[in-house]
Design a protein around this ligand. Structure first.
Ligand SMILES: Cc1cc2nc3c(=O)[nH]c(=O)nc-3n(C[C@H](O)[C@H](O)[C@H](O)COP(=O)(O)OP(=O)(O)OC[C@H]3O[C@@H](n4cnc5c(N)ncnc54)[C@H](O)[C@@H]3O)c2cc1C
Length: 448
């Protein structure tokens, strides 16, 4: 028989789950708003996905930022001026480590401690069950609020095709790809047209004997630089000028035509959607290696058949290594799905992709996909969560009024509505519209 562990009441303290960039921002901003914070991190140090020292990290040796430095850094903690436009993943880790040190966040974090259950007590508070990853008994502590910052790049989205189990070649998800040595001299099929799929196809082009790149559709492959500037900075300018979507789509289309040219000339399918209707794919080298015949674009995978792969156009190829860059799915195993209004597909429904609709003391930080870096968004999300919790505690009447007002904020004002249907676009936002919505919420939450 197991003993029920005692419940330690942490009174007004807030629990933060995860010490990646989003969790660190949450600790810092909650603390600045006067809250005591306990953060639980299952790994042994900060950095989350960017901490390539941890086995679970999805980073590969050649990962550099896709979003550029000024649009990725926290607004109150700039990256060094002498860093490149697109820092390496090791610089990202050192940046997050410095952030944690600068704001003295270490004492709030319990490392090697996994949150295994979060259950509502019924009065707005939460019982959080944690377990040491090194073994040992579990503990339950009671918190006034819970901020989930567990990241959404941990659970690989599986490739579901007939014949998968009987395939004689090696199949790995991109999360298990680490080093170009894994590609050397092999016949490699990379599945997936997202940023990771394109990056790995480019690395394979320099190492493998043959490279096929299979995508479900054509995409707008933007170069990393246009007019000598990182492409997201140019996009940011167009958004700040508030150009209508149609005009921005036309401009991006013209820019891609002028820089990369007609994508079908490289054997790529014509995009079946307009720019801004899929997550931006930024890669200057893919087209280069297509043009040099080092990457062969191929159709979507239909099925695996022994030693071969059959494609949707009926052709067959015989890779000995398949890398599925199929992306990731969000996972909240420690929460009952209804707490985040998670549907049968596993998609949560949160106000601003952050606030649980029926549980005012439960929020998620970092669950967005933007056309720019994540950390500025995670910063302002966590400021909004902290202000919301403070207002709830100090002025419940006004907090209820704000909640009522927010409940009618149209989703189209902060989330991308017209996107290609795919799990990849569940949390897609335009960073400027999203930040505008957060800014107006922050104004509502200011103390009277
Ligand atoms: C290849 C690749 C390239 C990327 N490029 C960019 C880019 O250019 N720009 C950009 O902005 N973003 C990029 N990203 C996205 C990247 O995930 C985010 O920048 C950032 O890591 C998200 O931070 P986070 O804190 O929300 O999540 P994470 O970094 O995933 O951190 C979550 C933390 O929560 C911990 N955790 C999870 N569950 C539990 C639990 N139950 N108990 C305790 N701890 C738990 C994890 O161990 C982890 O430390 C990229 C991602 C990948 C994979």
């Amino acid at each position: 028989m197991h003993d029920t562990p005692d419940i330690a009441d942490r009174h007004d303290a807030v629990c933060v789950i995860g010490a990646g960039g989003s969790g660190l921002a949450a600790i810092k901003n909650l603390r600045e708003h006067g809250f005591a914070v306990d953060c639980y991190e299952r790994e042994t140090s900060v950095g989350g996905a960017w901490n390539w020292r941890h086995d679970r990290s999805p980073m590969y040796a050649g990962t550099h930022l896709i979003s550029s430095r000024p649009l990725t850094e926290f607004p109150d903690f700039p990256m060094p001026d002498d860093w490149p436009d697109y820092p390496h993943h090791s610089q990202m880790l050192s940046y997050l480590e410095r952030y944690a040190k600068h704001f003295d966040l270490g004492a709030q974090i319990w490392f090697g401690t996994e949150v295994v259950a979060v259950t509502p007590v019924g009065d707005g508070r939460w019982d959080v069950t944690t377990r040491s990853t090194g073994g040992g008994s579990s503990r339950i502590q009671r918190y006034a609020a819970v901020i989930v910052a567990n990241g959404h790049n941990w659970a690989p989205k599986p490739l579901v095709v007939d014949g998968y189990d009987g395939f004689r070649g090696q199949v790995i998800h991109s999360s298990a790809y680490q080093d170009p040595q894994q590609l050397r001299g092999r016949k490699v099929l990379v599945v997936g047209g997202g940023n990771t799929g394109c990056d790995i196809a480019v690395e394979a082009a320099q190492q493998a004997s043959t490279v096929w790149h299979s995508t479900r559709r054509g995409y707008w492959y933007a170069p990393k630089y246009v007019f000598g500037r990182p492409v997201d900075q140019v996009n940011d300018l167009l958004l700040k000028w508030r150009l209508p979507l149609r005009l921005r789509q036309w401009l991006i289309q013209r820019t891609v035509r002028l820089t990369v040219g007609d994508l079908t000339r490289y054997g790529l399918p014509e995009p079946d959607h307009r720019p801004y209707e899929s997550h931006p794919i930024v890669n200057s080298q893919l087209v280069y290696y297509l043009g040099h015949g080092r990457i062969t674009p191929v159709a979507d995978v239909a099925r695996f058949d022994g030693g071969t792969v059959e494609l949707r156009d009926g052709s067959r190829i015989d890779p000995d290594l398949v890398i599925t860059a199929t992306g990731y799915l969000p996972r909240f195993e420690f929460l009952e799905p209804e707490l985040l209004d998670i549907d049968d597909d596993g998609r949560p429904d949160l106000h601003l992709h952050a606030f649980a609709r029926r549980h005012p003391t439960l929020a998620v930080v970092g669950l967005v996909q933007a056309d720019a870096g994540l950390f500025p968004l995670a910063h302002w999300q966590s400021v909004a969560v902290a202000r919301w919790l403070r207002l709830r505690a100090t002025d419940p009447v006004r907090a209820a009024a704000v909640q009522q007002k927010e409940s009618v904020r149209p989703v189209r004002s902060w989330a991308r509505q017209h996107t290609v249907p795919s799990t990849r676009h569940w949390f897609e936002v335009s960073h400027t519209s999203y930040l505008r919505a957060l800014q107006s919420l922050l104004a509502e939450l200011e103390p009277a």
